[in-house]
Design a protein around this ligand. Structure first.
Ligand SMILES: NC(=O)C1=CN([C@@H]2O[C@H](COP(=O)(O)OP(=O)(O)OC[C@H]3O[C@@H](n4cnc5c(N)ncnc54)[C@H](O)[C@@H]3O)[C@@H](O)[C@H]2O)C=CC1
Ligand SMILES: O=C(O)C1=NCCCC1
Length: 357
């Protein structure tokens, strides 16, 4: 008896197949699967077994962490890349992501990304490790995708079922690192962004992103891009805010939001040891807060200033959107089921295109 060696999918192989329809669909599947345990769902529903992730500090440094993120996602459906719109029979995926977050890496010489990840995919019949997949881009894409999905369901849908294609919005990006950069590009690609405000602690990085986006959009878009001197300036006139830094001090406060009501915030980043330090408690107290999953929230949002309103997946399923004037916050922690579903979709796409790893 011999075990088959796992296939290795490197970063280029993953990058070649990553696209928004594939990632958004996989992320929505994961968000829906984690809502309620299996025994409380109708037979045949998707479900997830997602133990809380482990944190291993590198020495006593809370800015250098290894996360272990296992998940089994059962019975979920995704469309095939070959025939979009045609849902393939339900899938089940067993996976575990290993991801490090070393917040000081961009200051190294030469600079390195803060986040490095790999996803392990297992054969769910035999338990054998079937593939190891580069997971750094996948992590960025699925996190941005979760913000896109949250913005669609928690912001646009409060204005009607076509609002995400019709309504113009002002977007603020606070933190222009790896996450901020892809958030900026993806929000311009998915939605009608009238004004895009960029803020970063080191202004040059926001300026660089503004120039890159202007080159990419090449006058084909009506989006006005501005570099702002403060998070307050960036957020004042924003309908949607995406914040992704390592700040342990609050960067957005309630008085920073414009007087016009109805704002949505994707709170993506985390300060050392705390997953909700970027947004001030006074703002959370005026907001309805949604999470990717309660299990992670219980473990990682200890001391959170307000009760959680709902899981995002529940809103996708039941359409119980916030009021038009609400401030909604998607408190994105990132979850293993998203990684499992996206890694599976990436592997399917690589195999269906007959691409080598
Ligand atoms: N929710 C989720 O699923 C995920 C969350 N993250 C989190 O997103 C955040 C950003 O990650 P990346 O973009 O990969 O990191 P990055 O290092 O590429 O970018 C971080 C940006 O934040 C800024 N920044 C750092 N510390 C700051 C501070 N104290 N005050 C103001 N600005 C500060 C930096 O100037 C930089 O531009 C991190 O907290 C990371 O842990 C990352 C992956 C997934
Ligand atoms: O979900 C993830 O992946 C991460 N979440 C928090 C920060 C590091 C990566």
């Amino acid at each position: 008896m011999s075990a088959k060696s796992p296939v290795y999918y490197n970063a280029d192989a993953v990058r070649r197949v990553l696209n928004w329809p594939l990632v958004n669909e996989a992320v929505e599947s994961a968000l829906k699967a984690v809502v309620k345990p299996r025994d409380q769902k109708p037979p045949g529903s998707s479900f997830a077994i997602q133990p809380k992730r482990s944190f291993t500090a590198c020495g006593d440094n809370s800015n250098k962490i290894l996360f272990t993120m296992p998940a089994f996602v059962g019975n979920y459906s995704i469309a095939s890349e070959e025939s979009p719109g045609k849902v393939v029979s339900p899938r089940s995926t067993l996976a575990c992501k290993l991801v490090t977050s070393f917040g000081g890496n961009p200051q190294r010489d030469p600079p390195l990304p803060s986040i490095h990840a790999h996803v392990l995919l297992f054969d769910n019949q035999t338990g054998q490790l079937s593939a190891i997949m580069a997971g750094t881009d996948l992590t960025t894409w699925r996190t941005v995708s979760a913000s896109l999905v949250a913005t669609k369901h928690l912001y646009f849908r409060r204005f009607g079922s076509l609002a995400e294609t019709e309504r113009e919005i002002n977007v603020a990006i606070v933190g222009c690192g790896v996450q901020g950069q892809l958030h900026a590009a993806a929000f311009c690609e998915h939605f009608r962004v009238k004004q895009l405000n960029l803020y970063n602690r080191t202004e040059a990085k926001a300026q660089e992103l503004a120039e890159q986006l202007q080159r990419e959009l090449r006058g084909e878009s009506a989006t006005q891009i501005a570099v702002c001197r403060s998070a307050k300036e960036a957020c004042q006139d924003a309908d949607v805010i995406c914040i992704a830094t390592f700040s342990k001090e609050a960067l957005i406060h309630i008085e920073d939001l414009k007087s016009k009501q109805g704002v949505h915030i994707n709170a993506v980043g985390a300060g050392p040891g705390c997953h909700f330090s970027e947004v001030a408690p006074d703002l959370y107290r005026q907001a309805q807060v949604y999470v990717d999953c309660y299990a992670n929230a219980e473990a990682e949002l200890k001391g959170f200033p307000v009760p959680i309103t709902a899981e995002l997946g529940a809103i996708i399923l039941d359409g119980n959107y916030p009021e038009k004037t609400a401030i909604s916050v998607f408190q994105s922690m990132g979850m293993a089921s998203e990684d499992a579903c996206v890694a599976q979709a990436v592997q399917d796409a690589i195999l269906s295109r007959g691409e080598a790893s």
